[in-house]
Design a protein around this ligand. Structure first.
Ligand code: CA
Length: 242
């Protein structure tokens, strides 16, 4: 059963979400502070990995949602996190992704939209792990130019250093690797990787590419693998000069 952790300080909202998710066949728990969620997800022992998705409100008493997701990632807790934001300012969205969130949803939202986005997150994780029903098993690992990516465990190894990847980082890298040598547009990446079809600021893509470059490029400012195609998007190149 899919297990969702709701981190929301407004009681009626948390209770309503829990009720609706349970009606849809999910198991749901509620924490009303970021501190409580961190205690559960980081220090909770075996129970820390009991959740498939975390719905994390940004505006919380004490630690806010940005700080909570940042601390989760710092503690190498990579459960998919969807931020629930009161505003959908681009700055907030980028800040959330930068902190390590996997998706965001502006409040107020329709339940049907929330459910679709949760399904999207779960689908992305299955795709990343290559065990989507009916889908040919794909390699869980990929090596290029001395870098080794373990998609299942969301980690990139380079010169014995280990860089954990968020779900979004790993999904974007996997998509680029699968389309190596092809130019892919920002719009296509938003649709295929983020599952976003409405008009969204494509700077989110640039922001993530910059992060991946820091992980995989010897000189991120002079990329040799993850190239910018001016006015279009990006191209992943396995062997520079190809
Ligand atoms: Ca709140």
């Amino acid at each position: 059963m899919t297990r969702v952790l709701i981190v929301e300080d407004e009681d009626h909202l948390a209770a309503g979400l829990k009720l609706n998710l349970e009606a849809e066949g999910y198991a749901a728990d509620v924490d009303d502070t970021g501190e409580a969620a961190l205690e559960r997800l980081v220090d909770g022992g075996a129970a820390a990995n009991a959740f498939d998705v975390v719905l994390l409100d940004v505006m919380l008493p004490g630690l806010d949602g940005f700080e909570v997701v940042r601390r989760l990632r710092e503690a190498r807790q990579f459960v998919p996190v969807m931020l629930l934001t009161a505003r959908s300012h681009t700055d907030d969205v980028l800040r959330g992704f930068e902190a390590g969130a996997d998706d965001y949803l502006p409040k107020p939202f329709d339940l049907s939209i929330l459910l679709a986005r949760i399904r999207g997150l779960l689908r992305r994780r299955r795709w990343l792990r290559g065990n989507d029903a009916g889908q040919a098993a794909e390699a869980d690992e990929y090596s290029f130019a001395g870098r080794h990516v373990d998609f299942r465990n969301q980690v990139l190894r380079r010169d014995r250093a280990e860089q954990p990847l968020t779900l979004m980082e790993a999904t974007l890298l996997r998509y680029l690797v699968q389309h190596a040598g092809e130019t892919v547009s920002r719009r296509t990446l938003l649709e295929e990787v983020w599952g976003v079809r409405q008009d969204t600021d494509t700077r989110t893509v640039d922001n993530f590419v910059a992060r991946l470059r820091r992980y995989i490029e010897a000189e991120p400012a002079q990329p040799r693998h993850l190239l910018t195609v001016r006015g279009v998007g990006y191209r992943f190149v396995v062997e520079p000069g190809e």
